[in-house]
Ligand binder design. Structure first.
Ligand SMILES: Nc1nc2c(ncn2[C@@H]2O[C@H](COP(=O)(O)OP(=O)(O)OP(=O)(O)O)[C@@H](O)[C@H]2O)c(=O)[nH]1
Ligand SMILES: O=C([O-])CC(=O)C(=O)O
Ligand SMILES: [Mn+2]
Length: 627
């Protein structure tokens, strides 16, 4: 849709609030964006409390958000999206490298010029009737050796507010960028609903046509048509994973979909662990875990994204480039994740697509043992614990399954002091995981780095509500990065292998593979999960120290009988065996599936991965058949 505009205005013609930058390349880009998108006004974000209050007031007037009861959730708001704009749109997400082969088999690709020809008319006049917000941000610490700047330009005040929680943004970032005449990633976003004179706005403007586009050679992001999470908060998935993964390939580091935690033993020994699970598979929960085993503690450093770089000592250091949590709400409770609950009690949070209680608080499925008698559901309808929404089906949920809380990390009561260290923390272990109802045991340790990379590269998971599309479908999700690798998956796996060659085996983190989601014949989870996952973390720590025995199997090391601490755990012997054990028959079925997955890599499949697959095929008595 392009809008007829009588008089095209330039940036200097427009009413302006905030302080315009002096950064020459930024100004030149902003001139282009105004010329194309034709907003009615420009606001330069400074990240101040006054700005927050003004944007909240504006969104309230428009009906986009509701203020929550300040006694219960101070300075917090509830946003309800369009019912069709509730998750990342993977089928409309593109990697537009100049060479198609660099996008690989796991990404949608389009020629960058062709994509610009499609999107330029979409952006033409797209911000008419709206304010354009200019958000300078930095992913990672401002004092990092090589701070990663970006500027998001958006016509969504909801995006501006969310970026304040999730990133370092505003006046201080702009000052740094100007001081160093720093490079930045230009990130253009529009909800794609221009307002012409005759139109009235809707509470959640968006467009049926959606494009989430990464020009990876130029390091530019264009996002159109969606206001939701990973589609619109461009510092997060678009920059800190897709664009950053390309930077990381070129600069010799890793940008990963990982939580970071510090585990502290009763003796005070500290372990730093990063873990990669696909969206809605337990990162936020593990990051804030309260161990059920006496004397052990966890501190949080991050819940979604980790950047890994080698230090001068040859160890791999992890930093969290974000400043907030964008967590899945349903299932979050004082029983499952008390530290997330305490973080949001601190206020200053944005809730999206959760239910509203009569006293102005939030609610979602799984928050309380009993359903509330009456709430307003995520679509704004009266909803009863028994009976569902008025005018809807009785089984409709009050909160959308991908509803989210967006909350400052500094409010997390178990935030580690090390979160503030620009160089991050040295990793002792890396954990990969997925949501598998069978086959993958509770925990397996890799034989070495290369075998660990194989585990990550062959990780698989059942799909969740975090992306639009069918839920519960099994797919390979290498390193939990399937939707986030900004280049060819085979090159990405090769990059992981090469990273391991840059240090000694003793300095590298040990690699593990976990699965909290194995089910019995009745479909019941056999492992209680959540705080009880501390038992697995303890085993990981003891393996790092070489203090506990393991059994070697073709798929790696699994706990020896009695090796996993199940003291005081309420689990039957049958469930324990079912969840910890590795089942040869299941693996006979799994190995050919891995082979078929690797077939999609084409000739770029790293030799090392072929070797690992062959070892598995041989172990299962099957002649190596391929490649
Ligand atoms: N059965 C079981 N469910 C879990 C466990 N940990 C988390 N979950 C559930 O998994 C869902 C998602 O968990 P999160 O921790 O929010 O997932 P995430 O990986 O941070 O998700 P993204 O923010 O989308 O990247 C929630 O419904 C949790 O209740 C566990 O140990 N066992
Ligand atoms: O990106 C989002 O919308 C939320 C998220 O963390 C994920 O899906 O992994
Ligand atoms: Mn995520």
């Amino acid at each position: 849709m392009s809008t007829a505009i009588d008089v095209r205005r330039t940036r200097v013609d427009l009413p302006t609030t905030g302080t315009p930058p002096t950064h020459p390349r930024l100004l030149a880009w902003l001139d282009e964006v105004v010329d194309l998108c034709q907003p009615d006004a420009v606001h330069y974000c400074d990240g101040s409390e006054d700005e927050w209050a003004a944007l909240v007031a504006e969104l309230e007037t428009k009906g986009t958000i509701i203020r929550l009861n300040a006694d219960l959730k101070p300075n917090s708001i509830l946003a309800r999206t369009d019912p069709d704009d509730v998750a990342r749109v993977e089928d409309q997400t593109f990697i537009c490298s100049k060479d198609e082969r660099n996008a690989g088999p796991t990404n949608n690709w389009m020629d960058p010029d062709q994509m610009r020809r499609i999107m330029t008319p979409l952006f033409d006049g797209a911000m008419a009737g709206r304010t354009m917000y200019v958000i300078p941000f930095c992913m990672g610490h401002l004092d990092a050796p090589d701070p990663k700047f970006g500027v998001e330009v958006t016509d969504s005040a909801y995006v501006a507010l969310s970026m304040k929680i999730l990133t370092r943004m505003g006046a201080e970032v702009m000052a740094r960028m100007e001081e160093h005449d720093a490079d930045f990633v230009p990130a253009l976003h529009s909800v794609g609903m221009p307002l012409t004179d005759s139109m009235t706005d809707v509470p959640w403007p968006c467009n049926e046509t959606k494009y989430i586009v990464h020009f990876t050679d130029d390091r530019v992001i264009w996002s159109y048509g969606s206001g939701y999470g990973g589609n619109s908060l461009l510092g997060k998935k678009c920059y800190a994973l897709r664009i950053a993964s390309v930077m990381a390939r070129d600069e010799g580091w890793l940008a990963e979909h990982m939580l970071i935690l510090k585990l502290i033993s009763p003796e005070g020994r500290e372990y730093h662990i990063a873990a990669a699970f696909p969206s809605a598979c337990g990162k936020t929960n593990l990051a804030m875990l309260e161990p059920t085993i006496p004397g052990w503690r966890v501190e949080t450093l991050g819940d979604d994204i980790a950047w890994l770089r080698f230090g001068a000592d040859g160890r791999l250091y992890a930093t969290n480039p974000e400043t907030g949590f964008f967590g899945v709400a349903p299932g979050t409770s004082y029983a499952t994740n008390p530290n997330a609950m305490r973080t949001i009690e601190g206020g200053n949070s944005i809730f999206t697509n959760v239910a509203l209680t009569p006293d102005g608080d939030v609610w979602w499925e799984g928050m309380t043992a009993e359903k509330p008698e009456q709430v307003v559901d995520w679509k704004g309808r009266q909803w009863r614990g028994v009976g569902g929404p008025v005018g809807g089906r009785p089984d409709e949920k009050a909160a959308h399954p991908n509803s989210r809380f967006c909350t400052p990390i500094e409010q997390c009561p178990i935030l580690s002091d090390d979160y503030h260290r620009p160089e991050g923390v040295p990793l002792d272990a890396i954990i990969f995981g997925g949501r598998r109802e069978n086959t993958i045991p509770l925990v397996t340790q890799s034989r070495d780095w290369q075998h660990g990379v194989f585990m990550g590269a062959t990780c698989s998971s059942e799909t969740t509500a975090a992306a639009s599309g069918a839920v519960g479908v099994l797919r390979r999700d290498p390193m939990a990065m399937l939707p986030f690798i900004g280049y060819h998956v085979a090159d990405y796996v090769q990059h992981w292998i090469n990273m391991g060659r840059r240090s000694s085996a003793s300095a590298l983190p040990k690699i593990f593979y976990v699965n909290w989601f194995r089910r019995d014949a009745d479909g019941r989870f056999m492992w209680p999960g959540f705080g009880e996952n501390s038992r697995v973390l303890k085993w990981v720590a003891e393996r790092v120290d070489g203090k506990v025995d393991a059994v070697e199997t073709p798929i790696g090391y699994v706990p020896a009988p009695g090796g996993l601490d199940v003291d005081g755990l309420d689990i039957s012997d049958e469930d324990l065996a079912g969840v910890v054990g590795y089942t040869e028959t299941e693996w006979r079925d799994e190995v050919p599936r891995i082979g078929r997955w690797f077939d999609t890599f084409g000739w770029r499949l790293p030799r090392e991965m072929v070797d690992e697959l062959r070892a598995l095929e041989t172990a299962f008595g099957r002649a190596p058949s391929r490649m």
